[in-house]
Design a binder for this molecule. Structure first.
Ligand code: FES
Ligand SMILES: [Fe+2]
Length: 375
């Protein structure tokens, strides 16, 4: 007879030699597997950097397995987005040639305009013979190109995000766009859960986080932390960023230097640092865009804005060091979330034992805001 897991006491199973079956509601997740929840396409999702799409160029990319081409007309006017498949023989339009406002397929030269209509079939002298291609609503904001992959009728009712400090001259912004082999949800969890500083001990030294509180609402989850150093030296790059910390004081007694606020406002994520006077000194905005149909590969778009100090050139001098420092930390995160994804594949599902309420709330948010993957 199949045993009801709820009946099994932890005491009984502790020494059973099998997997622990601690079944408290704290651990046991009922309901859908988060890694089988697709990102909701009814939002504006970044898909490319604006500056990479020069006038007269076509740029091919993907959203959740669907090929998309972004086209910048020769006069440099606003970009537009089409399905990256020619209506004739389905080869990528991104291999084609931008001619004025239209894109000509590289194969037989069919031309498509920003409405996706086929305006010319060059070897037939009849208008209206070629079929058109699908279009995506497309906008530029904060140096990113966004598309609306879902229901186009909703696009005008959903705001296009503007990463908050990217146009602020008081801040210097670094852009980054690593590809990570994992489901987007692992990325949200990794940044939200600051209890993983142990992973970064080589880069950060003995730093420990203090949870300062959380908030949640229909479309967001937020967690606040402060950090204290329990030993070791503060890394130079971190010191340049946040100033010198009070070292080696017991975490409970340490006056709070900065507050780190991590927030997922579906489907985007931010990490802001405010100094002890409450001024914003760092602002990270990130979006995680699925590449393949299985959504287990993610294109990250990140904008890291750092407040310029009084001596503005200091930040310019420190910029390369900061880049190396943040990149090393990111590589540690990338490796670990890819290992999580690999374990999910090996086990055929999610076996996470999640004990931190913030992450449990985040998982609920991602599940209820996303779309169950078709089996
Ligand atoms: S395949 Fe595109 S024009 Fe023929
Ligand atoms: Fe990390």
């Amino acid at each position: 007879m199949q045993k009801n897991r709820e009946d099994e006491s932890p005491e009984k199973t502790r020494n059973s030699g099998e997997h622990s079956t601690v079944t408290s509601d704290l651990y046991e997740r009922k309901g859908p597997d988060l890694r089988r929840i697709n990102l909701n396409p009814d939002f504006w999702h970044p898909i490319a950097w604006s500056h990479k799409i020069k006038p007269g160029k076509a740029f091919g990319t993907r959203y959740a397995g669907d090929p998309v081409v972004i086209i910048r007309p020769e006069d440099g006017s606003a970009v537009y987005a089409l399905e990256d498949r020619c209506a004739h023989r389905q080869v990528p339009l991104s291999k084609g040639h931008v001619d004025g406002e239209v894109v000509r397929c590289c194969y037989h030269g069919w031309a498509f305009d920003r409405k996706g209509d086929c305006v010319t079939v060059p070897y037939l002298n009849k208008p209206g013979v070629g079929r058109g291609v699908k279009t995506y609503p497309c906008r530029e904001s904060g140096g990113l190109v966004f598309i609306f992959p879902g229901n186009p009728a909703l696009a005008d009712h959903i705001p296009v995000p503007l990463p908050s400090q990217v146009n602020n001259p008081e801040f210097k912004t670094r852009r980054f766009d690593p590809r990570v082999n994992c489901h987007y949800s692992f990325m949200h969890e990794n940044l939200m859960d600051m209890n993983h500083q142990f992973l970064h001990r080589k880069q950060m030294g003995q730093i420990t986080s203090r949870f300062m509180g959380q908030d949640k609402g229909e479309n967001f989850v937020e967690a606040r932390y402060s950090f204290a150093r329990k030993g070791g030296e503060q890394p130079l790059a971190e010191r340049l960023l946040f100033g010198k910390h009070n070292d080696k004081i017991d975490v409970k007694d340490q006056p709070v230097d900065e507050i780190v606020t991590v927030r997922t406002t579906y489907p985007y994520q931010t990490l802001q640092i405010h100094d002890k006077d409450g001024d914003l000194i760092m602002d990270l905005w990130a979006a995680y865009v699925p590449q393949g149909k299985d959504e287990d590969e993610t294109q990250t778009f990140g904008l890291l804005s750092v407040k310029r100090p009084k001596w503005k050139f200091l930040l310019d001098l420190a910029w390369p060091v900061l880049g190396i420092f943040t990149n090393r930390i990111f590589l540690e995160d990338k490796e670990i979330v890819e290992l999580e994804q690999a374990a999910w594949r090996d086990l055929g599902g999610d076996h996470n034992v999640e004990v931190f309420p913030v992450v449990r709330n985040l998982r609920d948010l991602l599940i209820r805001s996303g779309i169950p993957a078709a089996r």
